[in-house]
Structures are given as C-alpha cells and as structure tokens.
Design a protein around this ligand. Structure first.
Ligand code: SF4
Length: 332
C-alpha cells in the first residue's frame, strides 16, 4: 500500500484533518491504490459513525416552472424537458408522503419544492401543514419516527425561523460545486446566495444538509474546494449527487462518470469530513449499477431511498436488503 496513503488514513482515523495538498494527492491515486483508499475510507466511517446507515426519502411538493437556470435540472422553465409540472401540494398529500416514508422504514422525509424561493403565502401554507402533521406544535417532534426536512430554495431569515417553528428539522440547500465552477452551472443566482441561505438556516436553529453534484464538467480541484467549503460551514449532512443527464437540459449529452471515479469522490469527502453524514443521493442506481453496495466501503453512511424528484430509484426493500446483506444496520 502507498505509504503516504497509509499515513493519511492513520492520521484521519487518529482524529486529525487532512490538508488541501493531501486531498489533491487522494484525487491523483490510480490503479490498486484506489482500492486501498476505499479500505481507509471504510475504516474512517466505522471509527466515527459505526455500522448504521441513515435513509431518507423525498416528496416533490412543487414541481417545474423554475425561473432559475441550473444546467443539470429538469425543472428549469428555460429548458425543454418532459417534466410534469404542478403547484405546491396540499396537506393531505404531505400526510400521505409522511405515512409512506414511515411505512417504508426511512427516518426522514425531505419536502422538496422547485423554484428560486417560496412566496410568503406558500411558506405559510407549508408551515401550517407541517405543524399540524408533526403534531408537535413546533417542537421538532418526529411522529412515526420520521423527521421532516425541507429543500425549499433560497431562504430569508424570516422564512428560516418560520420553518423551524413549524417543526421542520433540517434544510437541504446544496452548494453544488466550487465557487469557481458555479457560474458554469448556474447564472441566475450566485454562490453567495446559496452560502447565505445555509448561514440563515443555521442561525434559525435548523440542521443543514448541503452537498453537490458531480460529473458536470468539474475538475478534481473543484471537488476538493467544495468539500473544504462545506467543512468550513460545518454542515450536518453532505449529499453527493451524480449527474443523471436529463434530455432537454444543457448537460443532456455529458458522458457519465465511471463507478470507480464516483466511489473515489465519496472517499475524498469521507477523508475531508470524517464524522459527517455522507449521503449518496441522485444518480446512484443509474451511475453505479451493480457497484452501488460499494458506496459504504468508500465511506458513505447514508442514502436516499424510493426514488428522486423527477427520476426513479429502486424499491426501498432492495436498498434495505443490500444494507442488511453488508452487515450494516438501518438507523431508526
Ligand atoms: S436546481 Fe432548484 S433552483 Fe435550480 S433550476 Fe432546479 S428547481 Fe430551479
């Protein structure tokens, strides 16, 4: 095994951080050394997070017609995609989604809406519904063992506070990539807008889930920059999405990343953020195929089950079977 990799693995297992140069070294590993990288990523995951896997599911609560131009997204009104469009769903549909999540055995439901931000009226309607469904009067309770999370676009301080009061526990807001590469993915809002939303969510007492998308033309340096930015922001969960090219979007014809490259990205994030929840999100089934069980060996400890917003996943039972076959446990 490469001696520098061994000493980096020992360093992280021992509780120390790696530097940017060391992260770049990880990005450059080739051949069998990549499998040794997974060996260490797995050891780091076990040391800091044990054998539990967090599973969450999503509900698309408002879809399409988005004013923004994120080049990977099926929901931008600027691209000619075949996505079904609908306005904010009502309380009954939310209740059903929460019930289905509990039945499937996932620990949280992410309510996801398209658009730059919700209107005040939409925030109020959503929060009133969440408060009633949670039945906890804003105490962040988890009826049925399912926590409510939200991915609701850019937030103001007032909206963040209202979401917290309603019982939303965590906000997802991805940075997507490095600050440098971001304008190549999106020009209708800025990286700073996204960082601000993360800070406001944190200030309101919400947990933060923020990660990125890979296979969109970014370089290894962009991946390292994103990981260190998220580390500095001290986010709680880091979802990693892998491009599933959508016909009609500017990235429709991009070549997918190969499975080993995807696993290497997961391992890189595990080395940089040893104790954080690293969640493999969109594109898992499509890009990893038979290799998806390797994500845990590469350092992940969390997945999305039951499909994504505009693309399908696989039945949750198959994912729970995979977790149990690997000797891991679903976190309840
Ligand atoms: S990622 Fe969000 S903000 Fe960007 S186009 Fe899609 S729905 Fe709109």
């Amino acid at each position: 095994m490469d001696r520098r990799l061994t000493s980096l693995g020992e360093k992280v297992v021992g509780g120390s951080d790696i530097t940017g140069d060391e992260a770049s070294f990880i990005c450059g590993l080739q051949g069998d050394d990549v499998y040794d990288l997974f060996y260490w990523a797995n050891k780091i995951r076990l040391k800091f997070l044990g054998d539990e896997v967090s599973c969450c599911s999503l509900v698309s609560a408002k879809q399409g017609k988005c004013s923004e131009d994120c080049s990977f997204c099926a929901q931008s009104a600027r691209f000619d995609t075949a996505v079904e469009e609908f306005p904010l769903i009502g309380e009954d549909a939310l209740k059903d989604a929460l019930g289905n999540t509990a039945k499937a055995g996932a620990g949280s439901l992410g309510i996801v809406t398209s658009g730059r931000e919700l209107s005040d009226e939409e925030v109020e309607r959503l929060c009133a519904g969440v408060s009633r469904i949670n039945g906890a009067n804003g105490a962040n309770g988890a009826k049925n063992g399912v926590h409510v999370h939200g991915s609701l676009g850019l937030l103001s301080a007032k909206t963040a506070r209202r979401l917290k009061e309603s019982g939303v526990r965590r906000i997802n807001h991805n940075l997507e990539t490095s600050e440098n590469f971001f304008p190549r993915l999106c020009t209708s809002h800025s990286y700073g807008d996204r960082v601000r939303t993360i800070r406001l969510a944190r200030e309101a007492g919400l947990e933060v889930c923020s990660g990125g998308i890979f296979g969109v033309g970014e370089t290894p340096e962009d991946r390292v920059d994103l990981a260190f930015t998220l580390k500095e922001l001290d986010v709680d969960t880091v979802p990693l999405n892998f491009l599933n090219p959508i016909p009609g979007t500017p990235l429709a014809d991009v070549e997918p990343l190969n499975p080993i490259e995807i696993l290497r990205i997961i391992a890189l994030f595990r080395f940089i953020m040893p104790a954080k929840e690293i969640k493999v999100a969109g594109g898992r089934e499509k890009n990893l195929g038979d290799m998806q069980s390797w994500i845990f060996y590469a350092g992940a400890n969390s997945i999305i089950v039951g499909g994504y917003l505009t693309t399908k996943g696989r039945p949750p039972e198959e994912d729970f079977g995979m977790i149990s076959d690997l000797g891991l446990r679903v976190k309840r």
